[in-house]
Design a protein around this ligand. Sequence first.
Ligand code: FAD
Length: 174
Amino acid sequence: MREDIQLAVVGAGPAGSTAALVAARDLDVVLIDRKSEIGSPVQCGGFLPEAWELEALLPRAGLPDALREIPEHCILHRTQLQRIYSPSGKSKEFAVAGRVIDRRAFDRHLASQAARAGARILPATRATLVAPGLPEPSAVGSWPARRPTSSPVGNVPTRYDGTTSNAVGSTPAS
Ligand SMILES: Cc1cc2nc3c(=O)[nH]c(=O)nc-3n(C[C@H](O)[C@H](O)[C@H](O)COP(=O)(O)OP(=O)(O)OC[C@H]3O[C@@H](n4cnc5c(N)ncnc54)[C@H](O)[C@@H]3O)c2cc1C
């Protein structure tokens, strides 16, 4: 049991790494991802509107710096147009200023930022969250290896494990 860990963030995608980066300013944080190489394999087209487009679209959302300050080495292309094709072959165009992000590089960049802020990164580690009443999963290769009562983070790991997660237990962080 790691007594010094105050927060476990599950998932080193953009959401989890950003959360770990912010939390690591005040807490001892561990950032866990099942991937052995952060950001790979990529499961994203990488299209991201420019920050000002996102702010116009979601004026009250409070855009995180992670989406505002994207380093040039993570940007593959810039575009002014988005064209969406339906399965029937019909398409619709929208004028939108955007970037095509190299998600592998971007995810690695954000995880590095979290590490620089003090978060410990645990790649190749699958988090298994156990809810009361559910059968105990195999602990081999998973984290935490004990029931939540003795988990290093109490009963509340913070989940940013995306839509493809198969972690068992409580609902993802909102
Ligand atoms: C095919 C495809 C194309 C897309 N194209 C675009 C696009 O062009 N533009 C756009 O804006 N969005 C796109 N998206 C959506 C975008 O990828 C997601 O919105 C974004 O990745 C969500 O970020 P996240 O940090 O919440 O989750 P994710 O990026 O999914 O990160 C979750 C992380 O959690 C880890 N994880 C999951 N379960 C566990 C576990 N049990 N233990 C440890 N680690 C775990 C995963 O390995 C992963 O690294 C696309 C998605 C798909 C599938």
